[in-house]
Design a protein around this ligand. Sequence first.
Ligand SMILES: Cc1ncc(C[n+]2csc(CCOP(=O)(O)OP(=O)(O)O)c2C)c(N)n1
Ligand SMILES: [Mg+2]
Length: 546
Amino acid sequence: MKASDLLVKALEAEGVEYIFGIPGEENLDFLNSLKGSSIKLILTRHEQGAGFMAATYGRLTGKAGVCLSTLGPGATNLVTAAAYAQLGAMPMLMITGQKPIKASKQGQFQIVDVVDMMRPLTKFTHQISSAHNIPARVREAIRNAEGERPGAVHLELPEDIACEETDSQVIARSSFDIPHATDHSIAAAVEMIESARHPLLLIGAGANRKRFSASRGVFIKKTGIPFFSTQMGKGVVDERNPLFLGNAALSSNDYLHRAIEETDLIINVGHDVVEKPPFYMEQGGFKVIHVNYITATIDPVYYPQQGVIGDIASSMERLTKRITPQKSWDFSRFMEVKAHLNRHLLEGAEDERFPVYPQRLVADVRKVMPDDGIIALDNGVYKIWFARNYRAYGPNTVLLDNALATMGAGLPSAMAAKIVHPGRRVMAICGDGGFMMNSQEMETAVRLGLDLVVLILKDDAYGMIKWKQANMGFDDFGLDYGNPDFVQYANSYGATGHRLESAVSLIPLIEECFNTAGVHLIEVPVDYSDNDRILNSDIKEQSQRI
Ligand SMILES: Cc1ncc(C[n+]2csc(CCOP(=O)(O)OP(=O)(O)O)c2C)c(N)n1
Ligand SMILES: [Mg+2]
């Protein structure tokens, strides 16, 4: 068999459904081998878009998403997506081409050491130098990508290896269970929780990974222990739950942190330090139990005293079974803080000003999204509003990146979500800055016939940085730009462009878009004038008064 055919067979044996990417001449054998394969090639307009889609496919399915590029420039275009998958714990395999490694007549033309370039961004990076090894290298790459903690991996297939003949055979996927935490660590955690006065549960990104879903919420139901979420832990437990205290969109000085001040023990399920800290540990302060697949990475703000290391679902089931709710537990302060926060979250939700107030935008989007609807956020200041004010009802229904926190992933990640969940409503929410970083994928979305709604929050600026600039006492400088006419821009791709004209028309307009097939872009002018006051001062001052 030809090596590139064997690579395709090996990927099929892994259950790969899609390859996102852009081939170059060095991938032509591989491309030809994909003809007639069960794997669907999704051609994109930039490798970064392909990488974001592959990573999001991995995030939603637990199976490695696969992306493809040529050597040199194609591979360098994948690096941001590699970092996105690696930091965000999303299983992703990148396959890149390379010039012949045995004999080449092209000097160093287009040659970058891609294997080395990917090293700090991946769990495994390897040049395939013999067709015979393809099955083992693919298995090893996927094992690394999908194993906890998931991340990015890379295989390079040089042109001359791709056309080698081999009689090597595909290696089937291994079957195994993730190890379970020891009885000893479960018992130690139970003892700590039972003897705490004000225990508090944190749900982080690791809990949003696929395997945990079965036991969601049961621990909270039995114990009555209140919980909060990190940005990437949103939705694991329905945030309408009366014991939900809020989202740690900010690291400190929010209402939620008044509750955290009161706790003596945080049971941290699935958060790791790659996410922006939901709280800061201090010597002599509250203790932390780290419930995760792997031990905690220690940081000046995070050094848990007890680990419960193993499959998170199993750990939570066993903790739930063994724990006895205690009369000495006192959650009254937590619930007091929650009541204040809830009042604050309602502020602005019905504000009629135009351009639209961010709080109104969040409230309206929540109203049009069904329980299983997915919003995919790019990176900008609105991400804080959505993380903090939008209640997530189900796992992975709020796709945001609070790890690399890159701009440009909003549209591609929404596209991947729609591919994985074609029956659900999916909305991309992007700033005018982040959207323009991968707006070319509008063509891909239209070509694929996806039904998508894309909100573009237009402030004609890198608003998030303006907010920080104001917070740091600097003058307003250097962050404004112009924009294309987004309606015409969308239409030129064969999508349908809409311009929001008033706050009250937002809900009917989004409904109309979801009820009409195809890709819809809505330009939403936003009023960010209160961001600085509310997020930098009011929340801090008002929460101090509770
Ligand atoms: C690729 C990348 N470049 C730069 C940044 C730094 N950054 C974070 S948010 C932001 C501005 C986002 O602007 P926009 O998308 O318009 O959203 P807004 O905050 O204005 O709503 C910038 C420049 C980043 N996170 N990622
Ligand atoms: Mg902007």
